[in-house]
Ligand binder design. Structure first.
Ligand SMILES: Nc1ncnc2c1ncn2[C@@H]1O[C@H](COP(=O)(O)OP(=O)(O)OP(=O)(O)O)[C@@H](O)[C@H]1O
Length: 603
């Protein structure tokens, strides 16, 4: 299947999820969608200034038209020009005021739109935080980034520019038609009808352009995600000489985006009617009807002039609205991705049951079974074990046996399909996320250091920590010595993902961070996997001191690292096979002793 079909398929998936069909070619997308309008509910308070100024600007045009009509009426009636000087002054004043209002409106509209984008990004960020790693892991990070950046930007214009313009255009349009209707009913009806037609016409574009834009919003994040993947994986690509092969995929993604853009452009050119043409048609029709009405004696020459002036003003709200309608196209296209994030369901909400102020530091798995989405086999199956406060417990097993999954479940990144996980006797689903996460200090095999200084990364664990505390934690993690040799010591900038540090140095900073957090339960998931033997001994001693009065869960491939544990649990394909101390398990001739033998053979 070609990649192009792939994009359309992806688009169809989104489309069918929304109950729409693209196969007919008559896409029933709307300018207003209930879900998108509800999504912006928190933003509408910011729009009033833009709407009020927009209305004042529109009404200034109407009043100006009326004043000029009165002046011309006077001229036709033979009134000396100087008697109209107040009207001239009023027109001049209106022009100046309007100029100020237009400038102000542009400024406020731009600021409001940016505020809306900021607010949407904040909401998405909070939602992503709430959804947690369990949800984010299922998405491509490039797609999330594109939605946060481009999706929010497209929607800022939908809410900040298009929606206020709809209100202004409707209010101004109705007022003008009402005045025309008052002057001459026939002209009012015809011009009103033409205004509606001019507004409806862009909806025809929507069939093609709307569909094109939605495809664009699938193609663009896919391209973005591909670039992010390629840049992050550049070392792997180079080592496998795969940059050319990967380049072909990038080329295809670029082509998809190009096709979508050309499609949008083609539809826009095909369907759009220049505003000048709309104005010319309406003006001509107004002149013809006005002349007929004048000929029939129903309209004076001054009345006709007045009508012509007002027709010009009648088109202004229509033209303004037509100019902002593309914000609606792109906003609706972007809304899919934004709604996917904001409407995603986080793990079951915490029940109202109050949690005790201090949770005992024990935890237990009770008959827990968990399977990752879209996988057949359980990562953890009927797993039961208990860890008492102060216990030092180890999880061992072959790669893929479910050790890391146990820590993800403890952190509640996922909920198991069956069984209960308890912390201090309480079902963890009843413990608010912040309280739950405050219970653990975790050092995993995937250490993430943020772009910032060593100090910034350490303070993440305890923002109020003093220099002395930082150093104490760093010393305990055998990190102080190498930090002291960095150009700016604790204030050295360590790049994104800590790329300027070795794997072992990154890991030691992560351990110092965990020590600084000083949480009652310590989880060490391959914490010493990337440090050399000399440092491992140092860190192990530090961990032994740290784990002294703490409940500790230790995961390690190196069995030498777990032999001192109070209890060792051996996992195999997510199931608990054995449990006991090192000496007991070695004597059992089971899975554990097999692992020990395998390790000895490797040495
Ligand atoms: N995000 C995921 N989505 C789908 N399957 C996953 C995911 N993470 C892990 N798995 C699968 O779940 C099983 C257990 O994985 P887990 O990472 O818990 O094993 P592990 O014992 O920690 O392995 P290792 O020692 O190699 O780190 C494996 O079969 C793995 O392929």
């Amino acid at each position: 299947m070609s990649k192009k079909t792939d994009v359309v398929k992806e688009y169809t998936r989104i489309d069918s999820k929304r109950g729409l069909s693209i196969t007919t070619g008559a896409n029933r997308m709307k300018l207003f969608d209930r879900r998108v309008l509800e999504l912006g509910r928190g933003e509408y308070g910011k729009l009033w200034n833009v709407i009020i100024l927009g209305l004042l600007i529109s009404f200034s045009y109407i009043v100006q038209g009326l004043l000029i009509a009165v002046i011309l009426n006077g001229v036709f009636a033979g009134t000396p020009l100087h008697e109209s000087r107040l009207y001239f002054a009023a027109v001049a004043l209106l022009i100046v005021l309007r100029w100020i209002m237009i400038r102000e409106n542009d400024r406020i509209a731009a600021r409001t739109a940016s505020n809306i984008a900021m607010s949407l990004r904040r909401r998405m960020y909070h939602k992503l935080y709430e959804l947690g790693p369990g949800w984010i892991m299922t998405q491509k990070s490039g797609v999330i980034q594109a939605t946060l950046v481009d999706g929010a930007e497209a929607l800022q214009n939908y809410y900040g520019r298009f929606l206020p313009q709809v209100v202004v255009s409707i209010a101004a349009g109705i007022s003008i038609v009402a005045i025309l209707f008052y002057v001459d009913m026939t002209i009012g009806l015809v011009i009103g009808g033409m205004m509606i037609a001019a507004l409806i016409q862009p909806l025809a574009i929507y069939k093609g352009v709307g569909k094109g834009i939605r495809i664009w919003f699938v193609a663009m994040p896919r391209l973005f995600a591909e670039y992010v993947d390629n840049i992050q994986g550049i070392v792997t690509l180079k080592s496998f000489n795969a940059s050319q092969r990967q380049g072909k995929i990038l080329y295809q993604r670029t082509n998809d985006l190009y096709d979508a853009e050309i499609g949008i452009l083609r539809d826009e050119i095909l369907w759009s009617v220049p505003p000048g043409l709309v104005a010319a048609i309406c003006g001509t029709v107004a002149i013809i009807i006005g002349a007929i009405r004048m000929d029939a004696g129903a309209l004076s020459a001054a009345g006709l002039l007045f009508v012509l002036l007002l027709v010009r003003e009648a088109l202004r709200p229509v033209t303004d609205l037509r100019q902002t309608i593309h914000f609606s196209f792109s906003g609706m296209g972007a809304a899919e991705g934004v709604l996917d994030i904001l409407e995603a369901t986080p793990l079951a909400a915490v029940t109202a049951r109050p949690t005790p102020s201090s949770i005992p530091h024990s935890f237990a798995f009770e008959d827990v079974t968990f399977r990752y989405r879209k996988t057949d086999a359980s990562a953890v199956e009927n797993l039961s074990f208990k860890v008492e406060p102060g216990d030092k417990v180890a999880l061992v097993g072959r790669s893929g046996s479910g050790k890391t999954t146990v820590t993800s479940l403890l952190m509640r990144y996922f909920d198991p399909q069956a069984g209960i996980i308890r912390l201090g006797g309480e079902d963890i689903r009843h413990i608010p996320a912040d309280e739950l996460h405050a219970m653990y200090s975790i050092v995993s095999q995937d250490t993430f250091l943020f772009h910032g200084t060593v100090r910034d990364n350490l303070l993440m664990a305890k923002p109020e920590a003093s220099q002395e505390e930082l150093e104490r934690a760093a010393r305990a993690a055998a990190a102080h010595k190498f930090i002291a040799t960095l150009p700016d010591s604790y204030d050295t900038l360590i790049g994104e993902r800590g790329v300027r540090l070795s794997g072992g140095e990154r890991q030691r900073i992560a351990i110092a961070r965990a020590i600084l957090k000083d949480a009652p339960i310590l989880i060490l998931d391959e914490a010493t996997s990337s440090v050399d033997v000399a440092n491992e001994t140092l860190i192990r001693e530090a961990i032994a001191g740290l784990a002294h009065d703490r409940t500790t869960l230790l995961i390690s491939h190196r069995l030498s690292a777990v032999r001192d544990a109070d209890r060792i649990y051996v996992l195999e394909k997510g199931r608990l096979m054995e449990a006991g101390t090192h000496s007991k398990l070695v004597g059992c001739n089971g899975n554990y002793s097999a692992l020990v033998r395998a390790e000895e053979e490797c040495i």
